[in-house]
Design a protein around this ligand. Sequence first.
Ligand SMILES: Cc1ncc(COP(=O)(O)O)c(C=O)c1O
Length: 417
Amino acid sequence: MSTVSPPPVVPAPEQTALAAIQALESEYLLQTYARYPLVLDRGKGCYVFDPSGKRYLDFITGIGVNALGHAHPRLTKVIREQAGRLLHTSNLYYHAYQGPLAERLAKASGLHRTFFCNSGAESMEGALKMARAHGHKINPEKFEVVALHNSFHGRTLGALSITGQEKYRRDFEPLLPGARFVPPNDEVALEQIVSERTAGIVIEIIQGEGGIFPMSIEYLRKARQLADRYDALLVFDEIQCGVGRVGKHFAYQLVDPIVLPDIMVAAKPLACGIPLGVIVANDRAAQSIGSGMHGSTFGGGPLACRVAIEFMDILDELLPHIHEMGCYFRAKLEELQKQFPFIREVRGQGLIIGVDLSFPGKQLVLDAIEQGLLMNCTHDTVLRFLPPYIATEKEIDRAVSILKRVFKMAAKRGDAN
Ligand SMILES: Cc1ncc(COP(=O)(O)O)c(C=O)c1O
């Protein structure tokens, strides 16, 4: 019998050196990502650490995924327990966690039925299939999906077909037929394009990748009205702005009275780093998809579902805190705006916030890394913040003081000129 020694718990220094990692990746990985020059080694609370032990305040959280920061004790405990018990079942069998999580999602969302998958794009694919199947039952010509300019719904072909940004789409044309784009927050344009041929209308309540642009209440109401008038499914993409990010379970709950979609898709923070996506639908939408029409090998495994249930428990208590910290952070950023005229606008709700600059923000992101703060830049000029829900005034003050330093450096360099 051969004995295999276990792998080292701590990687050797030569394996974690940035240059060595870059060299290996540039040789063996598809070159799809423009990464920042930083190796992450571990995390604790609102901070991540590089291999040398330097710490960084994590205000981007893996693009909105690490909602409870890093190594949260309750999540770590559940992950450990479940990893030693049962990791994967496939959907051939039952396990104890899909039902209770679906029940939690139904109660939190006001929508009744859930399908589990593994990512944002995958949940959008499923929602598109539901819209298509819904239309198909009524009339084969009813297959159009109305989506918004500047939107982002994922990288798979279906999700890309309704993503309203040319730069993501152009290399893959022709995409799915039937996508119709309209400008966001333009009720007249929406009214003109929605018709008997419309199977679905897809909206991000706050466009994330597009630069943190919220939809107006009137616009959401109009979308609901038109979906009802033409028997189309209204789909809200809550992948970035949902699951607590705005201080409500879902961003559509900011509208009073609530505008309910027929389908809501969510992913990122749901299992706090274990891949999990969901399609949550009302009964009308759920009827569009029957046995054998959709599926996923990995979707809704016991590990992801159990972690998500634990997260939902913690989230319920955190919602008022997220709202409060969002107001605090925005107020601080608005103070910075008064000091730095190149800040055009501060936008967002809760802990999804964008700071729109009058020049490209990439250098500021690099400067912030140097100074120990992680954020990113989207839509060229928008610094995007998706802080962990556990951030307190202390972390926000620290982020703001680093940002102030970074803005001063930009002012000195004359980045805005
Ligand atoms: C609003 C929105 N929809 C869909 C997606 C795609 O999600 P994923 O990267 O998990 O496929 C994203 C990812 O950033 C997103 O922000």
